[in-house]
Design a protein around this ligand. Structure first.
Ligand SMILES: [Zn+2]
Length: 165
Protein backbone atom coordinates (compact mmCIF):
# COMPACT_ATOMS: atom_id res chain seq x y z
CA UNK A 1 0.00 0.00 0.00
CA UNK A 2 1.29 3.44 -0.87
CA UNK A 3 1.91 6.07 1.76
CA UNK A 4 1.19 9.68 0.93
CA UNK A 5 2.81 12.62 2.70
CA UNK A 6 0.16 14.97 4.13
CA UNK A 7 2.37 17.97 3.50
CA UNK A 8 3.80 17.59 0.00
CA UNK A 9 1.45 14.85 -1.25
CA UNK A 10 4.29 12.80 -2.66
CA UNK A 11 3.61 9.05 -2.52
CA UNK A 12 6.07 6.48 -1.14
CA UNK A 13 6.16 2.69 -1.26
CA UNK A 14 7.15 2.32 2.39
CA UNK A 15 6.55 4.22 5.61
CA UNK A 16 10.30 4.47 6.15
CA UNK A 17 10.76 6.21 2.81
CA UNK A 18 7.93 8.57 3.72
CA UNK A 19 9.47 9.35 7.13
CA UNK A 20 12.94 9.91 5.73
CA UNK A 21 12.11 12.04 2.71
CA UNK A 22 13.34 15.61 2.56
CA UNK A 23 9.87 17.17 2.62
CA UNK A 24 9.50 20.42 0.71
CA UNK A 25 6.22 21.09 2.56
CA UNK A 26 2.89 21.96 1.00
CA UNK A 27 2.84 23.85 -2.29
CA UNK A 28 2.48 27.59 -1.82
CA UNK A 29 -0.50 27.45 -4.15
CA UNK A 30 -2.42 24.98 -1.99
CA UNK A 31 -5.71 26.86 -1.25
CA UNK A 32 -5.25 26.56 2.55
CA UNK A 33 -1.81 27.96 2.15
CA UNK A 34 -2.90 30.82 -0.05
CA UNK A 35 -5.41 31.93 2.60
CA UNK A 36 -2.65 31.80 5.24
CA UNK A 37 -0.42 33.92 3.03
CA UNK A 38 -3.21 36.47 2.54
CA UNK A 39 -3.98 36.53 6.27
CA UNK A 40 -0.33 36.89 7.28
CA UNK A 41 0.40 39.56 4.67
CA UNK A 42 -2.34 41.64 6.29
CA UNK A 43 -0.89 41.24 9.79
CA UNK A 44 2.89 41.37 9.49
CA UNK A 45 5.13 44.28 10.36
CA UNK A 46 8.66 44.87 9.19
CA UNK A 47 10.99 42.23 10.65
CA UNK A 48 8.25 39.61 11.18
CA UNK A 49 8.60 36.06 9.85
CA UNK A 50 6.00 35.08 7.24
CA UNK A 51 5.37 31.58 8.56
CA UNK A 52 3.29 30.50 5.56
CA UNK A 53 6.46 30.40 3.45
CA UNK A 54 8.84 27.44 3.68
CA UNK A 55 12.24 27.63 5.36
CA UNK A 56 14.04 27.74 2.06
CA UNK A 57 14.23 29.72 -1.15
CA UNK A 58 11.28 29.21 -3.48
CA UNK A 59 11.20 28.21 -7.17
CA UNK A 60 10.27 31.16 -9.35
CA UNK A 61 7.62 29.03 -11.11
CA UNK A 62 5.92 28.54 -7.76
CA UNK A 63 5.81 32.31 -7.28
CA UNK A 64 4.33 32.70 -10.77
CA UNK A 65 1.72 30.06 -9.93
CA UNK A 66 0.93 31.84 -6.66
CA UNK A 67 0.13 35.01 -8.58
CA UNK A 68 -2.69 33.10 -10.35
CA UNK A 69 -4.25 32.10 -7.01
CA UNK A 70 -7.55 33.64 -5.83
CA UNK A 71 -6.97 36.67 -3.59
CA UNK A 72 -3.37 37.23 -4.66
CA UNK A 73 -3.03 40.36 -6.78
CA UNK A 74 0.73 40.28 -7.16
CA UNK A 75 3.38 37.67 -6.43
CA UNK A 76 6.62 38.68 -8.10
CA UNK A 77 10.13 37.25 -7.84
CA UNK A 78 12.56 40.12 -7.38
CA UNK A 79 15.81 38.19 -7.63
CA UNK A 80 17.31 34.76 -8.00
CA UNK A 81 19.22 33.22 -5.12
CA UNK A 82 22.04 32.48 -7.47
CA UNK A 83 21.86 32.71 -11.25
CA UNK A 84 20.50 29.65 -13.00
CA UNK A 85 18.97 27.93 -9.98
CA UNK A 86 15.44 29.12 -10.74
CA UNK A 87 15.02 29.90 -7.03
CA UNK A 88 14.13 33.27 -5.58
CA UNK A 89 14.87 34.79 -2.18
CA UNK A 90 12.95 38.05 -2.60
CA UNK A 91 9.25 38.43 -3.43
CA UNK A 92 6.78 41.31 -3.70
CA UNK A 93 3.28 40.32 -2.56
CA UNK A 94 -0.02 42.16 -2.93
CA UNK A 95 -3.36 41.00 -1.53
CA UNK A 96 -6.68 42.92 -1.50
CA UNK A 97 -5.74 44.51 1.84
CA UNK A 98 -1.97 44.71 2.09
CA UNK A 99 1.38 44.55 0.36
CA UNK A 100 4.79 43.33 1.47
CA UNK A 101 8.32 42.77 0.26
CA UNK A 102 9.60 39.55 1.79
CA UNK A 103 13.13 38.18 1.78
CA UNK A 104 14.53 34.76 2.69
CA UNK A 105 17.14 34.64 5.44
CA UNK A 106 18.85 31.28 6.12
CA UNK A 107 17.95 29.87 9.56
CA UNK A 108 15.21 32.50 9.92
CA UNK A 109 12.82 31.95 7.04
CA UNK A 110 10.96 34.54 5.00
CA UNK A 111 10.90 37.94 6.67
CA UNK A 112 8.84 41.02 5.83
CA UNK A 113 11.42 43.65 4.92
CA UNK A 114 8.88 46.26 3.82
CA UNK A 115 5.11 46.37 4.39
CA UNK A 116 2.25 48.50 3.04
CA UNK A 117 -1.19 48.78 4.65
CA UNK A 118 -3.91 48.79 2.03
CA UNK A 119 -7.30 49.18 3.71
CA UNK A 120 -7.57 52.85 2.77
CA UNK A 121 -6.11 52.42 -0.70
CA UNK A 122 -7.46 51.38 -4.10
CA UNK A 123 -5.70 48.44 -5.76
CA UNK A 124 -3.76 50.87 -7.95
CA UNK A 125 -2.67 53.00 -5.00
CA UNK A 126 -1.63 49.92 -3.09
CA UNK A 127 0.27 48.61 -6.08
CA UNK A 128 2.03 51.98 -6.49
CA UNK A 129 2.96 52.10 -2.80
CA UNK A 130 4.25 48.53 -2.95
CA UNK A 131 6.44 49.29 -5.98
CA UNK A 132 7.94 52.26 -4.08
CA UNK A 133 8.78 49.92 -1.21
CA UNK A 134 10.28 47.40 -3.66
CA UNK A 135 12.56 50.14 -5.06
CA UNK A 136 13.43 51.35 -1.58
CA UNK A 137 14.47 47.87 -0.45
CA UNK A 138 16.34 47.16 -3.69
CA UNK A 139 18.31 50.39 -3.20
CA UNK A 140 19.27 49.31 0.34
CA UNK A 141 20.49 45.99 -1.06
CA UNK A 142 22.37 47.70 -3.91
CA UNK A 143 24.04 50.20 -1.57
CA UNK A 144 25.23 47.37 0.65
CA UNK A 145 26.53 45.46 -2.36
CA UNK A 146 28.39 48.51 -3.70
CA UNK A 147 29.80 49.35 -0.27
CA UNK A 148 31.35 45.91 -0.08
CA UNK A 149 32.35 45.30 -3.68
CA UNK A 150 35.47 43.55 -2.44
CA UNK A 151 33.17 40.63 -1.67
CA UNK A 152 33.92 38.49 1.35
CA UNK A 153 31.03 39.94 3.34
CA UNK A 154 27.84 38.31 4.51
CA UNK A 155 25.27 40.39 2.64
CA UNK A 156 22.38 38.68 4.41
CA UNK A 157 23.88 39.49 7.79
CA UNK A 158 24.25 43.12 6.72
CA UNK A 159 20.60 43.15 5.72
CA UNK A 160 19.64 41.66 9.06
CA UNK A 161 21.57 44.43 10.82
CA UNK A 162 19.74 46.94 8.65
CA UNK A 163 16.40 45.48 9.79
CA UNK A 164 17.48 44.98 13.37
CA UNK A 165 16.54 41.28 13.32
ZN1 LIG B 1 6.44 15.48 2.16
Amino acid sequence: MAHTCDDCEETFRTLTKLRLHDCPGPALTDPDHVSKIIEQTGEISQGDVVAAFPEQSVPTEEVEALEEADGIHTAMSLMSGSPGTGQTERIALQTPTAGAVIEYFPQRGWIAVRTVAGEDKTDDQLSGALMEQVQDWQSVVTDLALGHASGDVDAKQQLRDELGI
